[in-house]
Design a protein around this ligand. Sequence first.
Ligand code: 5GP
Length: 185
Amino acid sequence: MDQQHVEDDLALDQTLITEDQIQDRLAEMAAEITADYAERDILLVGVLKGAVMVMADLARSLDRHVEMDWMAISSYGSGTKSSGVVRILKDLDTDLSGRHVLIVEDIIDTGLTLSWLVANLRSRGPASVEIATLLRKPDAVQNDIAVKYVGFDIPNAFVVGYGLDYDEKYRNLRCIGTLAPHVYS
Ligand code: 5GP
């Protein structure tokens, strides 16, 4: 689904970030990561399901070898508010001891999910844990969540597309759009 879909879908308000803007920014982030990790092996840890698209495109923008692993955690139901309750649905297959872990996230809202995840991964003895996220909302900035690589700081709207869903829909939208408030309020 592409940008035209946003214009035709009454549940969607507008396109916030286009497909080209996403790809350009991911290429810039990849260049930074390549430079920062020149001497170190990277284990990319993606958080299912939202980070699938970011992981696929960011990893392919990196001109170097990386390993990838996945975790599934739940923090949201079908609504739009963070519950603060985190549960591991699928754990990593990789032993993290001595590894340089780069968490790949789709979006950070309150940062509750991420704070929990970072603490959880740090307890497994990695050499380092850093975070790359495509999107960050104002609360995460306010809560001082240390994120090394940020794609876009966005306003406090509920967004969908490029991996992000509303009730499991819109993940396959190529761009990022805002959900019309009448859908969830
Ligand atoms: P946090 O714990 O940082 O408040 O929430 C992080 C998780 O909430 C994200 O990984 C994502 O699953 C979900 N989330 C937060 N904001 C949005 C949003 O605007 N759209 C969608 N689709 N999910 C969101």
